[in-house]
Design a protein. Structure first.
Length: 295
């Protein structure tokens, strides 16, 4: 038996699913399944009942999981003590896109972590898109919450927290009032403004979906390097945009949002992003909590 097997068993007990448990500890489902089977063989006890709907603990399994959690707690406390003795302050620096600064679910998670580690230095700050990106890339933030996780490279991990549909963003005085009007309108004479921070920020799949939905070509696209620039173009009637329903759009009285129920893609409205190689204990625990909640 090893610490990794204990971690896997706790994850399976909490998630009640091999798929969800494997995702929460960042391993393949087959690898987790093998380690659980090996653990059961080593202790000589069946810990889990594999059902079609969910995985359940046996009576003996519940006793073992309770013991595993106590072991895990002692181990974490020992790590904290060692870090304190070496004068290394436990720190978690979190950046949140401005639109997400009042999310009750995340606030509760931060409070729980703070209660568990009262001496830890945990800061949560709100940023604009560009500020968030710059601070994260300059390693001033350990974890960020953003609606544009695709601009971050392969050395990062991300969790999609929830999705929401795309909207058509138009100047307030535009003739289109509802989605049914879109098919009757000729968009070939208008520009489509795309937010493009990096070359990989907008995929060809997204552009193709916009072209198909509005019957336009590459010549119709113009690019904005910031969200503010895109909004300004829209306010001035320079072009329309396809966007997620962020609060800043909803509060802007110069524009209007029309839901695109039949748009080919779904928008990843919010994601958590962090570095793959980050060994921050607080970060690991916070991310694990997100997985276990089924965010």
């Amino acid at each position: 038996m090893n610490i990794k097997q204990i971690e896997f068993a706790i994850a399976l007990a909490d998630n009640k699913s091999f798929t969800k448990a494997a995702k929460s500890v960042y391993v393949a489902q087959s690898a987790l399944s093998r380690q659980i089977a090996k653990l059961e063989s080593e202790v000589g006890i069946q810990l889990f009942v594999r059902g079609t709907a969910e995985v359940k603990l046996t009576k003996e399994g519940q006793v073992m999981i309770d013991a595993f959690k106590r072991i895990n707690k002692i181990l974490n406390q020992s790590i904290i003590s060692v870090r304190k003795s070496s004068d290394k302050t436990m720190q978690l620096r979190v950046g949140i896109l401005g639109e997400f600064e009042s999310i009750p679910e995340l606030n509760k998670d931060f409070i729980r972590i703070k209660e568990k580690y009262p001496d830890a230095d945990i800061t949560v700050s709100s940023y604009s898109e560009d500020e968030l990106y710059e601070n994260y890339e300059n390693k001033k933030l350990d974890l960020i919450f953003t609606d544009y996780n695709e601009v971050y490279g392969e050395d990062n991990r991300s969790i999609e927290l929830w999705r929401e549909g795309y909207y058509l963003l138009l100047p307030r005085e535009h003739a289109i009032e509802k989605e049914e009007d879109i098919g009757k309108y000729d968009f070939t004479k208008e520009k489509c403004v795309l937010y493009k921070r990096k070359e990989n920020a907008l995929t060809s799949e997204f552009k193709d979906a916009v072209k198909k939905r509005f019957k336009i070509t590459d010549e119709n696209f113009i690019y904005a390097r910031s969200m503010d620039s895109m909004i300004a173009c829209n306010e001035m009637g320079i072009g329309f945009a396809v966007v997620p329903p962020l609060i800043r759009f909803k509060k802007n009285k110069k524009v209007k949002l029309i839901p695109l129920k039949d748009f080919p893609l779904r928008q990843m409205t919010m994601s958590a992003v962090w570095k793959k190689k980050d060994k921050n204990l607080l970060l690991a625990e916070f991310i694990t909590n997100l997985f276990r909640q089924g965010f």
